[in-house]
Design a binder for this molecule. Structure first.
Ligand code: TRP
Length: 327
């Protein structure tokens, strides 16, 4: 059975974009393979973050996964930091990625421009090493990621190849699976930009209340020609709302266009808001229940145990290959 692995960094509040692009996708993947889903809390430390926020975000994400319908019995859901093999393998693998290739990574380049040169932690530079460890520990075939993470998966493949050539077959080569076009949800205030968890305007957060959700959608930026058509270049705002509607109503963009043909923008937005509210309000109720009952703890403990069983075997294999004495 195919193995799928994905991680999310608990650095911000998740948005409707994460819900449609990640949570809903994962739910549909859970019958296609064995899934490892983790919260990349060690990666969250690569940029400054308040401890209380890191804790809250990590717990929230676990509850979101469960509230979205991911079955903790079928899937392995865990915190990266509770499976110490991730950090241990990273210490080994850091020797097989080179300074040159790490400094050419887009994410590192973007972030190092924003940061004070004297205050860039080693962790942000070595980010791809830890990410490669996350992936290679589980002999994974498929990594569902956003476009911005493809480069990391490719570097992981390079590393795995390099290691396998030197020590003989050790790691499975992972394949990135980029979310299908049309699943990219854009900001409501600037539909040419991705709806991202670090940008507060134009985002619908998963815990926004009903009134806020409706208000944000009703004030989404559109255009002046008053026809509801999917055209990302000419009509990014309308296309984004059609994408949201189609994703949440499980219909195609064409069907959504047909459904709204002849409709005014006001009524269109009202109906989009309605499907979002219908999806998110019950989701929020499940989230609250999972949070207050503490059900997430059990799931994470169970997940860490299952993950560790797989990860410790891989780590042992690696140690033996490179000549570390294992007792
Ligand atoms: N870097 C990913 C992100 O920022 C999170 C992540 C960490 C990840 N390790 C991973 C994703 C391994 C997939 C596989 O979104």
């Amino acid at each position: 059975m195919a193995r799928i692995l994905t991680g999310v960094k608990p650095t911000g509040t998740l948005t409707l974009g994460n819900y449609i692009g990640v949570l809903k996708n994962l739910k549909s993947l859970q019958n296609e393979g064995e899934m490892f889903i983790f919260i990349a809390d060690l990666h969250a430390l690569t940029l400054p973050i308040e401890p209380s926020i890191l804790t809250k975000n990590s717990i929230d994400i676990a509850c979101f996964y469960l509230a979205a319908g991911l079955d903790p019995k079928k899937n392995t859901i865990f915190l990266q930091s509770s499976v110490s093999e991730h950090a241990e393998l990273a210490i080994i693998l850091q020797n097989y990625l080179y300074m040159g290739e790490l400094s050419r990574m887009t994410q590192y380049k973007d972030q190092s421009i924003k940061l004070n040169q004297n205050a860039i932690g080693l962790g942000i530079f070595a980010y791809p090493v830890l990410m490669a460890s996350d992936i290679l520990l589980y002999d994974v075939d498929t990594i569902p990621v956003g476009e911005d993470q493809v480069q990391h998966v490719e570097l992981t493949r390079d590393l795995a190849n390099r290691f396998n050539k030197r020590y003989g077959d050790t790691f499975t080569l992972p394949q990135p699976l980029v979310n299908k076009v049309g699943k990219r949800i854009m900001s409501l205030s600037d539909p040419t930009k991705k709806m991202s968890k670090s940008d507060s305007k134009g985002d619908i957060y998963l815990l926004d209340d009903e009134k806020t959700i409706r208000k944000k959608i009703m004030s989404a930026v559109t255009d002046l020609d008053n026809t509801i058509k999917y055209d990302v270049n000419k009509k990014p705002g309308i296309s984004n709302l059609l994408t949201i509607y189609a994703a949440l109503s499980d219909c195609s963009i064409e069907e959504a266009e047909k459904h709204f043909s002849g409709c005014g923008y006001g009524d269109f937005k009202k109906e989009v808001a309605e499907v979002v509210v219908k999806e998110l309000v019950p989701f929020q109720e499940r989230y609250q229940e999972i949070l207050s009952s503490g059900a997430y703890k059990e799931a994470l403990e169970e997940g860490a145990k299952k993950a560790k069983a797989v990860a410790s075997k891989t780590l042992l294999r690696v140690k033996e290959k490179i000549g570390l004495v294992t007792l």
